[in-house]
Design a protein. Structure first.
Ligand SMILES: O=C(O)CCC(=O)C(=O)O
Length: 280
């Protein structure tokens, strides 16, 4: 397996191809038309710019900042290259060492407010054909220079729900997200392929050789932009060596009438038994 400059497992060369990119988006949730909803079902995603305004962006950033700096927060996953040094870092270094926090909504009113944004819930409800309920919430961060990849995967491989459930992810950029600093990459229409086997490699992921790299598209987002995506859409994010921080909030919503399954038995049967005890 290839290694990166930190001695960690690296993606094969060419796994993230930035030659195709989406730079535009619908201007605000209020302008999502019925044709856009149909497009979501056809392509498995929708890009919205100005999904949240500047004050909501600032609120999201300060909510995340306060959680990272809180010494009582047990939900922090820091970069492997930082390791146990994390606990002794000064505040500014700490901010640029965290990869993920989950959950965040129960611990910060500003992030809870972001997850309950009425216009967002309304669009997701239109996609699902019924009211949406929050099922998972995360801060997804790529620290400058060291942010690791999230290999190609389907989010449904991490969720214990009946197979036909349409769970929708909302990935909201708090910083500009582009290929250099690890933006989201998607394979349009791949949700129609159904569940793919996942394997424990660099993560719980689709096998690198099963990724249709030539069909992939980078989704460039300005701060406040949002990618809505289907839980079976193939997606991932490349590693970053950029000096630019990439912070995002990620909320997953399920149809309010659907309940989580009591255990992972069904999910492992569908996606493969490597996935015991994983969380997205
Ligand atoms: O934000 C990232 O880097 C990865 C997000 C993602 O694809 C996920 O958590 O499912």
């Amino acid at each position: 397996m290839r290694q990166d400059e930190f001695g960690l497992a690296a993606p094969p060369a060419g796994l993230y191809d930035f030659s195709a990119a989406i730079r535009s988006g619908i201007d605000g949730f209020g302008n999502v038309t019925d044709a856009d909803i149909e497009q979501f079902h056809a392509l498995g995603f929708l890009v919205i710019h100005n999904a949240i305004d500047q004050s909501a962006i600032e609120a999201g950033r300060s909510g995340i900042r306060d959680l990272i700096l809180s010494r009582e927060n047990d939900n922090i996953m820091y970069e492997a290259v930082v390791g146990e040094r994390f606990h002794a870092l000064a505040d500014e270094e700490r901010l640029d060492s965290v990869r993920k926090m989950m959950p965040v909504v129960p611990f910060d009113e500003r992030l809870k407010t972001a997850s309950e944004e009425a216009a967002l819930l309304h669009v997701i409800g239109r996609i699902m054909g019924e009211p949406a309920a929050l099922s998972q919430d995360q801060a997804m961060l790529k620290p400058p220079r060291i942010g690791r990849e999230k290999p190609w995967h389907q989010d449904m491989a991490y969720f214990n729900y009946p197979s036909q459930t349409t769970i929708v992810g909302a990935w909201i950029a708090l910083d500009e997200a582009k290929p250099e600093n690890g933006c989201m990459m998607v394979i349009p229409g791949s949700h129609h392929d159904g569940p793919m086997p996942h394997w424990t490699r660099r993560d719980w992921q689709i096998c690198d050789t099963d990724v249709r790299v030539g069909d992939s598209v980078a989704v460039l987002l300005p701060p406040g932009g949002c990618l809505l995506f289907h839980c079976l859409l193939h997606h991932g994010t490349p590693p970053t060596r950029s000096d630019k921080r990439r912070w995002a909030l990620q909320f997953h919503y399920c149809p309010a009438s659907v309940s989580r399954l009591p255990d992972s038995e069904h999910r492992l049967r569908v996606f493969g038994t490597d996935g015991v005890d994983v969380s997205c």
